[in-house]
Design a protein around this ligand. Structure first.
Ligand SMILES: [Zn+2]
Length: 188
């Protein structure tokens, strides 16, 4: 009901959403983050299969386009990466997805609205609290977001720490309701 993670029958919320208050109102991911999707994203992000972006965006549009329209976001904000990392990778996958989804939905994309100022340690080996601390102060909001309804876009949602932290920063800067959409979503 909240982050969109698959939960056992008769359950409405995943363990994480049950345990603590979320900064975002609601979010959805399209594919389960399984081995096939991990490999697909590896090819897209690191091995030159940039054309996958079109398919990913179309699938997001097909499966959750109606839901996104229902949320009525004013703007799409991709999860930023540092300039250094973007230079090394050649592109920011969240930005690529946001631009393509924005085109399909006719919603503007504000790629420079949130920037990532410092590199954070890999999140993989950290627990939820450590992840949030790791990310705190990494994001900077560069423009007025007063009252804006924002849809955060990213490739993967697992614990939600990244999106939670960015949503918190946006709200501190005065944003209204925050939603998110990701290509993949983790399983419990
Ligand atoms: Zn949840």
């Amino acid at each position: 009901m909240k982050c969109g993670k698959p939960v056992p029958e008769m359950e409405e919320y995943c363990v994480d959403c049950k345990e603590r208050k979320r900064e975002f109102c609601q979010g959805r991911g399209v594919f389960l983050y399984n081995m096939q999707m991990k490999n697909s994203l590896l090819r897209y992000k690191y091995y030159g299969s940039r054309e996958y972006g079109r398919y990913y965006a179309e699938e997001i549009f097909r499966h959750v386009g109606t839901q996104i329209k229902h949320w009525k976001p004013d703007v799409l904000v991709p999860v930023p990466m540092t300039r250094r990392k973007k230079r090394i990778r050649g592109f920011n996958q969240a930005e690529d997805l946001a631009e393509k989804i924005g085109e399909l939905l006719q919603i503007p994309v504000a790629a420079g609205l949130a920037v990532k100022k410092k590199e954070t340690k890999s999140q993989k080996k950290l627990n939820a609290a450590e992840r949030m601390g790791n990310l705190k102060d990494a994001f900077v909001i560069t423009e007025s977001v007063q009252g804006l309804k924002i849809l955060i876009v990213d490739d993967v949602y697992t614990t939600g720490s990244t999106i939670e932290t960015l949503a918190g920063c946006l709200k501190e800067s005065g944003a209204g309701e925050i939603y998110f959409v990701t290509l993949c979503i983790g399983q419990l």
